[in-house]
Design a binder for this molecule. Sequence first.
Ligand SMILES: Nc1nc2c(ncn2[C@@H]2O[C@H](COP(=O)(O)OP(=O)(O)OP(=O)(O)O)[C@@H](O)[C@H]2O)c(=O)[nH]1
Ligand SMILES: [Mg+2]
Length: 471
Amino acid sequence: MDYSSFEDTIVAPATVPGTGAITVIRLSGPKALDIAGNIVKCKSRSIEASDANSIRYGTVTSEDGSVVDEVLVSVFKAPHSYTGEDSVEISCHASSYVASEILRLLCDSGARVAEPGEFTRRAFVNGKMDLAQAEAVADVISSSSSASLRVAMNQLRGGFSTELKDIRERLLEIASLLELELDFSEEDVEFADRAKLSELLDGVIKHITSLASSFRQGNAIRNGVPVAIVGAVNAGKSTLLNSLIGDDRAIVSDIPGTTRDTVEEAITVDGILFRFIDTAGLRESDSEIEKIGISRSLKKLAEASVVLAVLDSTVSVEINETIINDIVSKINPEEQKLIVLFNKVDIITPNRTVTLLNKDVSSSNSKVVKLYISAKDGFGLELLKNELVLSQKDLTLDSDQTIVTNFRHYEALCKAASALEKVRSSIALGLTPDLLAEDLRDALTHLGTITGEVAPDEVLGQIFGRFCIGK
Ligand SMILES: Nc1nc2c(ncn2[C@@H]2O[C@H](COP(=O)(O)OP(=O)(O)OP(=O)(O)O)[C@@H](O)[C@H]2O)c(=O)[nH]1
Ligand SMILES: [Mg+2]
């Protein structure tokens, strides 16, 4: 399909099908007003003759003259619309029959059903937003916590794009100095002071690297902080998962080795999305299936930002020590937070003298936190949640700091940084400007892919193909 000339007028429902009060059908393209005017009749002026940004009331009738629905039509005129084209939004009653009839009538009048993300793709091509902003539209729609919404909103409003523009300008300045030298290369002049160039580069590399390193945090905000629940069989891991999420999600039984596959469920605590992962109990096993389960547990343990090591307080201190040492040997203390949970305290101290022990924990900053809990009756779980929130306090920053949440952006930033590292070492080696300029152009290209200045068709296809129809 040729996206450079949008001759087609596209149509799709902009709301999800199902019960609700209204359905909105969106139409965009050069004939949007004509096509809508064909099927919606208004008392006074026609839809085609409506003012921009007005809402009209009208009746949709089918070919045989029968009334399909009474609707409201919002009229937008190019370039002041979401897509930058003439657009209308028809609000009809939320009957799937009514919506499909209206869609059919619009298509019979010359519209074509939109592909996924085609409205936003048009907005991008028509310069209403850059690629990073277009991707943020999808992130805003799927945001599930205040933090993920804030980051997506910042990106949608162009926060990230502005920063990238600033970086590109600084690089272009360096590039233009080098290009100038290239023009005069015969005369062997050195316009750009190499020390000054290195200094400018250092600043840009630092900026790009800090953006790239925000990705771990960004990923946690977008997909949830991965919290692995690990420990020996029967310690109460699945019971803990169920209590935390308030649902009987995982099977609980007193048979050791109940959980085989990992079970994941996300909840929001204090505006932060946590993704809890219940895993198969760690033990030596002869069962092939259980072995696979245990290798999955270890993988989840390695990937988690927080590890909840669940111990059964009713077993001996020595056994628990062995288990804990085993888990500690598998985590990376620089990147992962360990919380040790002594579970089933309801059995060992029914009168809850352990409350005193938990007192020491509140707001501890140490890497390893120990808590006494009862997954079964919920004792200590509020403290656990506090600890989890505390461990992610960098996610609760309420600044407008740019955080990279998208893997595509992260990759492009890393590639740009490594191209600039090459420029830096070329300068140190005293290489000629043509070699420097090439790596610099590479870095600019990588940065350009983020906002879409450089956007091959297949990349656009991948990005917009993930959108829903109507967006
Ligand atoms: N009294 C008491 N029993 C508990 C507690 N937590 C779990 N249990 C019991 O311990 C047994 C094992 O619980 P699970 O949650 O299935 O343990 P698990 O760690 O997931 O076990 P596997 O999946 O086999 O590794 C069940 O009978 C639970 O009811 C608790 O806090 N107190
Ligand atoms: Mg289990």
